[in-house]
Design a protein around this ligand. Structure first.
Ligand code: DGL
Length: 269
């Protein structure tokens, strides 16, 4: 038994895609979430800055007495995780490995699209894992930097979102991929509009959900939470406005998180 929390972080709302699935799969576990809303986006920043932010986020979660940390951010998982692995006393899992594994497994025609932030696409992290899991796969990639501000402003399925989707995904659709990795954890919040554009035959892979499934191998009777926790088992922290996170987070999680979100000064960690 280990009744400590699972720590999850992202630059903003995106990591809730992992949280939602962890809640589904592990209803006994308690979760502490940090969304670095004061410093979002991460994906347009240098590797050095992303590594620094990742250290701050991990240090904050460690202050909350966590037993493991999920980096529910494609950017931090691609650009920072390889450098920091093993530096901390708790296991730390990123989303890239799990997402690449699932895409490699489900593709039938071995044509996989990868979309993500500029930093993620530049890192080549998804291709590295795909080459390992499915050496026959061909990859087609595209950075989609406008998707994150669209999500953070609640444009999940509006005309402007549809326009941007077409602009970014045209070439990948034409390439005939049958699988598309939504390689930034914000993107599943646009899933409905992306699915409509890509068509029914294209399988969308959400690495945030996949890392939650991967935890099945990591949460064992020895380290699971001992009992069904009460209502207070989920807590949320942000580094900017509490209100907008409460509003959009409640829509996405389909449960009210009002009153459970607190603001912190992340620069102190
Ligand atoms: N949700 C994040 C990711 O998966 C970060 C997006 C951003 O901050 O640019 O990459």
């Amino acid at each position: 038994m280990d009744n400590r929390k699972i720590g999850v972080f992202d630059s903003g709302l995106g990591g809730l895609t992992a949280v939602k699935e962890i809640m589904n799969l592990f209803p006994n576990e308690s979760i502490v979430y940090f969304g670095d809303t004061g410093r979002v986006p991460y994906g347009t920043r240098s590797k050095e800055t992303i590594v620094k932010y990742t250290h701050d986020d991990i240090n904050f979660l460690l202050s909350q007495d966590v037993k493991m940390i999920i980096i529910a951010c494609g950017t931090a998982s691609s650009a920072a995780l390889p450098d920091i692995k093993g530096e901390y006393g708790v296991p730390i899992y990123g989303v890239v490995d799990a997402g690449a594994y699932e895409a490699s497994r489900v593709t039938k025609n071995n044509k996989i699209g990868i979309i993500g932030t500029t930093a993620t696409i530049k890192s080549g992290a998804y291709e590295k894992y795909i080459a390992e899991y499915n050496p026959d796969a061909q990859t087609f990639k595209k950075a989609c930097p406008l998707f994150v501000p669209l999500v953070e402003n609640g444009h999940f399925d509006t005309p402007v979102t549809k326009l941007v989707i077409e602009e970014y995904l045209k070439d990948i659709r034409e390439a005939g991929v049958d699988t598309l990795i939504l390689g930034c954890t914000h993107y599943p919040l646009l899933k409905k509009a992306i699915a409509e554009y890509m068509g029914d035959s294209v399988k969308l892979v959400s690495p945030g959900e996949e890392v939650a499934k991967f935890l099945r191998k990591k949460i064992t009777p020895e380290n699971a939470h001992s009992e069904v926790c009460d209502e207070d088992r989920y807590s949320y922290f942000v580094s900017d406005s509490v209100e907008s996170f409460e509003e959009l987070g409640s829509i996405f999680l389909e449960t009210k998180i009002n009153g459970k979100v607190n603001k912190i000064d992340i620069e102190k960690y």
